[in-house]
Write a protein that binds this ligand. Structure first.
Ligand code: C2O
Ligand code: CU
Ligand code: CU
Length: 559
């Protein structure tokens, strides 16, 4: 009998199989339809009895922009050969300037909604998803809105229903986006294609004369897995990769830009504005140009920076946006340049430092996912080529001053000396904030804030030493609804993680306004937030969408 060579990973897999059963059982408990048998697409987690009845238009609201938006199923040619069955938003402009809604051709991503600060926007959202229990709701990621306009999971409507969003755009110019937010099914609905851009402009931005029109290019970067018939696969088929993707976050094996794999674009010899959104469920990017040209960053989640800054790379976690100024004036025909993601470490499967080994249960130091494209691997995102035939304009100098950031000083916070603390951990197959997971509309005593105050919040990403799952912690993209905040400081609390941390640390752009930030294992991040205009419950959560669906989401309440 031939001896089978047992690899380290093989051993670990064998020893992990009991936990897999446990994981399956746990998934059944947390999310009924996510049992191993229905791990593939087709599972739904909606509860029709919990559907919001919907909302009609208000006669007193006079919109500047009025849009009908349907979430529906469509077949689109993403790859040569068979079209791919996707879910997507289809928008139709009922009132407003013609560029207010742009559908992108042949893809799931979109539409792009373009509005100006101060405009009144009505979006008549109809859930036309093909599964009777696929509840959905639209969240306007990054916008400062009243609670009933924000897309809280409680406002999810059943197929056939309509929810009319009506709000005034109060935010600065910037790259915002929208996506589904029904608790327990957000990850799957986004993976199937539901995501669009909400681009706001204002006078401050227009005065800069930044590249506009066709020279202002949105790049929604995601990862997907396609089967041999060009259809989207979710979570993976394997004993390991399915449950692991469910627990840790979905990783696809192909990178898509605006919904399409193998992205190539032809640019003119001139400056561009690139708006990059990480719309992935869990993949983190370390963006750079392939020829080591520094990235020129002009904006973050909450709009323009005070001044442009140069970085050799930028980290972009799910939900985050970054805007780049890219001057291709001196590029030649035949030049090839890639927007890439560089290799990095430390966001999960952190190499265990010897000093910590004794505190582990021995199951940590490997990639338990078995993914084709592991987190932190290097790959190309976009292949750029250059054409002089595209019209070029007069030379443009990026202004040295970009925007005035509306922000309080830390001393304005009511709790500057004692930040409100949020600790993240993972116990008994559950992700938690301060020991608690999602409890629907509940917000606890330590989640109450006062309107017209500013506070410092600190998020601490604890390791889970001794736990079977995720003993070394993993990075969590933390997102807070309803406002933008400033990042005050980052501190790595566990010195043993420094080496891995060094592979990402120069990529955080913390000088702009943010609504989402990456919190590394063992890291503490302090942010300064102001609660204005609207009372009510707003969620904060991990924007790793599988973590969010598993309950790493809570409400804070403004009173
Ligand atoms: Cu983009 Cu609550 O999320
Ligand atoms: Cu959001
Ligand atoms: Cu997370």
């Amino acid at each position: 009998m031939p001896m089978r060579k047992i690899t380290r990973r093989g051993l670990i897999r064998a020893s992990f199989s009991t936990s897999t059963v446990l994981l399956g059982g746990c998934a059944v408990r947390m999310m009924p339809a996510m049992s191993p048998g229905s791990m593939q697409d087709g599972s739904t987690v909606g509860h029709l009895d919990q559907a919001h009845p919907g909302r009609g238009p208000s006669s007193s609201f006079v919109p500047d922009v009025d849009i009908a938006l349907r979430a529906t199923q469509a077949e689109v040619p993403l790859i040569s050969g068979k079209p791919t069955l996707v879910w997507r938003y289809e928008g139709q402009l009922l009132k407003g300037e013609s560029n207010a809604v742009t559908m992108l051709d042949d893809t799931s991503v979109g539409p792009i909604i373009r509005v100006r600060t101060g405009q009144k926007v009505r979006v008549r959202f109809t859930n036309s998803l093909p599964e009777p229990d696929a509840l959905s709701v639209i969240h306007w990621h990054g916008l400062h809105l009243p609670e009933d306009m924000d897309g809280h999971p409680r406002s999810a409507i059943a197929p056939g229903s309509t929810y009319v969003y009506e709000f005034e755009v109060r935010d600065r110019a910037g790259t915002y986006w929208f996506h589904p937010h029904p608790h327990g099914d957000t990850a799957r609905q986004v993976m199937r294609g539901l995501a669009g851009l909400f681009i706001v402009s204002d006078d401050e931005e227009r005065a800069l004369g930044l590249p506009a029109g066709e020279f202002d290019v949105p790049l929604v970067v995601q990862d997907r897995t396609f089967d041999s018939a060009n259809q989207l696969l979710y979570l993976g088929m394997g004993m390991m990769s399915g449950p692991m993707n469910q627990m840790m976050g979905f990783l696809g094996d192909r990178i898509t830009v605006n919904g399409k794999p193998k992205s190539a674009m032809v640019f003119a010899n001139r400056p561009y504005r690139l708006r990059v959104l990480n719309g992935s469920n869990s993949r983190i990017f370390k963006l750079a140009w392939s020829d080591a040209t520094p990235l020129t960053v002009i904006a973050t989640d909450g709009g323009l920076l005070e001044k442009p800054l140069q970085r050799s790379y930028v980290m972009l976690a799910p939900g985050e946006r970054i805007e780049l100024f890219a001057d291709f004036t001196n590029r030649n025909i035949g030049d090839a340049l890639q927007l890439v993601s560089l290799a990095f470490e430390g966001t999960e499967n952190v190499p265990v430092p010897a000093a910590m080994m004794s505190r582990m249960n021995g199951m940590s130091q490997m990639d338990m996912r078995g993914d084709a494209l592991p987190i932190g691997s290097a790959f190309d995102i976009l292949n750029a080529t250059f054409s002089p035939t595209k019209s070029s304009s007069a030379p443009y100098q990026l202004p040295p001053a970009l925007g005035v950031l509306p922000r309080p000083t830390p001393s304005a916070a009511t709790n500057a000396a004692q930040p409100r603390r949020f600790e993240i951990d993972h116990r008994s197959m559950t992700w938690r904030f301060n020991g608690k997971q999602w409890e629907g509309d509940v917000s606890a005593a330590n989640e109450q804030v006062k309107i017209n105050t500013s506070e410092v919040w600190e998020f601490i990403n604890n390791l889970n030493l001794g736990e079977a799952m995720d003993p070394m912690g993993m990075a969590h993209p933390i997102h807070i609804h309803g406002l933008h905040f400033q990042i005050l400081e980052r501190a790595l609390l566990i010195p043993e993680l420094q080496l891995a941390y060094n592979t990402v640390r120069d990529g955080f752009v913390d000088s702009g306004l943010k609504d989402t930030f990456l919190l590394m294992p063992g890291e503490r991040v302090r942010v300064l937030l102001s609660f204005k205009d609207f009372t009510g419950k707003f969620v904060y959560h991990c924007h790793n969408l599988e973590h969010e669906d598993q309950g790493l989401m809570r409400n804070y309440q403004v009173t």
